[in-house]
Design a protein around this ligand. Sequence first.
Ligand code: HEC
Length: 157
Amino acid sequence: MSKALAGAVAIGAVILALGWGAGSVSAQDSAAVVKDRQATMKAQGAAMGGVKKYLDGAVDQAAGTKSAEELVSISESLAGKFPKGSGNAEVPTSNAKPEIWTENDKFVAAQKTFIDQAQKLVVAVKSGDKTAASAQYAATGKDACGACHSTFRLPLK
Ligand code: HEC
């Protein structure tokens, strides 16, 4: 099984385990889910920042690789962080748009793109070719983070 396919299967298993799309969570749980999700997103920002530091020469390649690998693990955890009933419609502090649940297939695809892009970033950083790593860093930011945010996230307040 390819790595990408294995990732997709793993996400599918998580979705099934959570009953994603079918069940919903209590108001108290939703608020906790949103807090955890926003902290996770911030950690993604920090992981991207770690790769940027490597590109800028502030840290070595090993540290850059570690940040990119962290991004992969976080990207793989996102599938479990969007239970139904935890969006902006239910939790005002959330910036998660209803489209996450009404166009769920597209959202799942955006998560898959993110995992692929994060894995490519690990490969690019490991290659030691900073030009390639810079290009992949930009692609990950645009095609993974940016693409999902433009469709599924409200403007941050
Ligand atoms: C599959 C969709 C998706 C991907 C991919 C994604 N995000 Fe997000 N992001 C969201 C959503 C939805 C929210 C709003 C969450 C909420 O407020 O409940 C968010 C919120 C955020 C926030 C604000 C957190 C806060 O404290 O309010 C940051 C920062 C962020 N994302 C960074 C990133 C970075 C960096 C990447 C890429 C490395 C990324 N995100 C990839 C969907 C995504």
